[in-house]
Design a protein around this ligand. Sequence first.
Ligand SMILES: [Zn+2]
Length: 311
Amino acid sequence: MPQIASFDDVKTTRKERQVPTGTAWRTNFIDPEEDNPASAQAFLVEGTAGRVIKPHFHDYDQYQVIVSGGGVLGKHELQVNAVHFSRKHTPYGPIVFGEQQLGFLTLRAHKDPGAQYLDDPQNRSKLMGLENRKPWQATEVPKFEPVSSGAKLHTFADLKSEDGLASFSMSVAPDARALAPDPAHSNGQYLIIVRGSLHYAGREYKALSVAFVKPQEGPFELVAGAEGLDVLVLHFPRAESVQAAAAPQLAKGAPGTRVWQCMLCAFVYDEARGMPHDGIAPDTPWEDVPETWFCPDCSASKSDFQMALVE
Ligand SMILES: [Zn+2]
């Protein structure tokens, strides 16, 4: 049976704590099974404007879905419904909570012991000592299209790979039915109801609700409520094939230019492209990138980069 919970079901688990940069809340949607760490874990993280979660990594693959407010992850603006995926042992951050505060879901197919912060030298050396690490992350904002009958499915362009990683956004018309993609080739599937409602097992689950479907449980039947339904469908890659997954694709530099890669998170600085977003023009050699510049994904400094490819 898929596990499912609405915010109303779990709001009594919402715990508040004070952190140095503000107030934080955590609400558990799906708890891992006591005796089975290879089980799903989903919770909502919220915080006041200005709260900072320092750059860190986890031991397991993870999706994050922005559900309220805004902020930045590394140098990337966050908006509602944006989906961030990070493979295990891929550092990212900091996450800085914006003026409108910020709420995001953290979703895993396996229980994780918690954030491992990069400012702890032990975590840093653990990361650098891991063999066959394939750091990779991406953020994508899904499309939802209003539908008057049936359903519409969009496949994410970036959040997919041959080892089962796949992400979809689906809109189902009011009172219509549709099958979600089959999780058979994944390591588990999350369904996030972000608008409208879902009828399931004799109940109505309104946004925000979270379901986890195991690979063998088959395609989930989405039965929309009177307002229709917008749902994110997020597939985890199969753990056993992570090593076979594509290493981060290096952008090839133009002839005579070089490519530099963050040794922590695999972000690539391509001299030919520069970083216009950071005021670094195309064709800026690495030596001319300011020493104060840092990795847009994980905040590593210039000294954490190595030349990756010479054309
Ligand atoms: Zn980095």
